[in-house]
Design a protein around this ligand. Structure first.
Ligand code: KH2
Length: 272
């Protein structure tokens, strides 16, 4: 009996020890996850903010091939953010088809603005928004009679060009389920397919469309109104709430201070 009692106590002790060890292990796991360093700390520690940007989006992010330097609305935004954080800014070249992967693979801490889409939101975090735009179709001016409406472009005889990995590529499938979709890869552009007669139309922001019809008078905006109000925001890692809150609060403060308003005027942009 005594022996049995001893054996029982021994087992109980082992069990208790195991319990303690398990508790310590789970405490360690939970505290590592909770204390996982936010980008906010890493950026400050490294003294550098890494910004992913494509450099092909007028007037948001444009790379000057002569100097290899970036300029544009979003470039000014990122320079200001880095300045306010007291760190240097480093622009990391990105592509539309891999811009989201660059965030998940930690190639950069933040991206310049992209359209908020449900697909992107599955894997990346979006900061608060700071620009709103509508979408319009572009066609050749000489074809305006044939394509006076959005509906006229939804036809199995029509080819719509899009740029791989963009929100327009996703949307074109919804707007033109009957049409043929032709996706080109940047630096090739969808509207160039229209200019070359390889596609009948493409869709883009009204901001870009207004610029394009001035640069290429052969192009025209389909006069059937804007669709799809869309919002631009920066992308950050999905689970880094500290970093997202920091940037979102910064955007809010900068809106209040008039920074975004003067930047919109500088780049001849209307909305917000
Ligand atoms: S979006 C950006 O976040 N755009 O909407 C699209 O995918 C940018 C219209 C590719 C530059 C080339 C301009 C397409």
């Amino acid at each position: 009996m005594g022996q049995y009692a001893f054996g029982f106590n021994g087992k109980k002790k082992v069990k208790e020890k195991m319990k303690k060890i398990l508790a310590i292990i789970s405490f360690l796991i939970i505290s590592t996850v909770a204390n996982a360093e936010s980008k906010l700390q890493t950026i400050k520690k490294n003294g550098e903010l890494r910004v992913g940007t494509t450099g092909d989006w007028d007037p948001m992010s444009m790379k000057d091939p002569a100097t290899n330097k970036y300029k544009g609305f979003d470039i000014d935004v990122m320079k200001e953010l880095a300045k306010d954080m007291g760190v240097k800014v480093k622009f990391v070249p990105a592509e539309w088809k891999t811009i989201v992967a660059g965030i998940t693979a930690d190639r950069y801490d933040i991206s310049t603005s992209v359209t908020k889409t449900p697909k992107r939101a599955e894997v990346a975090g979006f900061t608060s928004t700071y620009y709103k735009y509508g979408t319009v179709p572009l066609v050749l001016k000489k074809n305006l009679k044939k394509f006076p409406t959005w509906k006229s472009l939804n036809n199995k005889k029509v080819t719509i060009a899009t740029t791989l990995g963009t929100s327009q590529e996703e949307k074109a499938k919804e707007f033109f389920p009957k049409s043929k979709l032709k996706s080109v890869e940047a630096p090739a552009r969808d509207f160039q397919e229209v200019l070359a007669g390889r596609a009948d139309g493409n869709i883009t922001s009204s901001t870009e469309a207004n610029k394009l019809v001035i640069k290429y008078p052969q192009l025209a905006i389909v006069p059937d109104g804007e669709k799809n109000p869309a919002f631009l925001a920066m992308m950050v890692p999905k689970n880094d709430k500290t970093w997202n809150n920091y940037v979102s609060k910064w955007i809010k403060d900068k809106k209040a201070s008039g920074f975004f308003k003067s930047l919109l005027a500088k780049y001849d942009l209307k909305s917000l």
